[in-house]
Design a binder for this molecule. Sequence first.
Ligand SMILES: [Fe+2]
Length: 293
Amino acid sequence: MDADPVVREYPDATWADDGPTRGVEGVVESGHVLAFPHLAFALEPEERRFLDPRWTDGKAKNVSLRWPAGELRGAAGAAADLGALRRMIVRYAEQSEAFALRLFPHYRGKLRRGNTSFRPVDVAGRARSWRQDDTRLHVDAFPSNPMQGTRLLRVFCNVNPSGEARRWRVGEPFEAHARRYLGAIGRPWPGSAALLAGLGITKRRRTEYDHVMLQLHDRAKADAEFQRASPQHAVAFAPGTTWVCYSDQVLHAAMGGQHMLEQTLLIDVESLARPETSPLRTLERLLNRPLRY
Ligand SMILES: [Fe+2]
């Protein structure tokens, strides 16, 4: 094992506030994955039927809840069933958010709830193009959804009922990754951010930060030699395991698995315990100029 493995394990067996782990902002902000092998999300007996890809609408690969209203997206079924499915995902949203606030008390009052997703579809069947192929190492960045520096903190839980692990690869530290490609990444075309927003291609302005993060995402996924030979570890998250990381910072690839819940939590760089560890501040330091405009 490495002296400083990317994945760090904790003994917590409860989502509640009296669990043992708290005050670990520095661990997650420095690019680690916090794994809780004894922290299962408990399904009610009548919820086990939802562990089946037939509840997706066939277009979306995930079922998701959009907050603040919590509307259900990507699901198909009778109204009563969808109501029960929604209640299960809402429970995960509430438990995982409360858990994050216990782990990271510095974030109280600053963490915002992003989408909650339920993923009953096998990872193996999901890829449509190389850019969407999440079996390739990448940091999360989205063409239509510029984050403008806002962090993506994610709480995952494997709810597979038949013993199948969620298999990830995790890769090199963010700064080393940025240095690998930064010299080849040019500036965005003048006017391109306003054009993309004006055409409705992006939900808000694509800042230079977003431009660089998308380039890192795309260049990593397109680079077969990087995928094969860069520093990396295989990780298996067994059923009943919860794990937490900044997915805009941790190089990750989903290699296999089925049935997972995921909560996205958003926080501004300025609200971190150590803002200088963020991708935004790291890239600004390496490029020696502000990127959030
Ligand atoms: Fe990802």
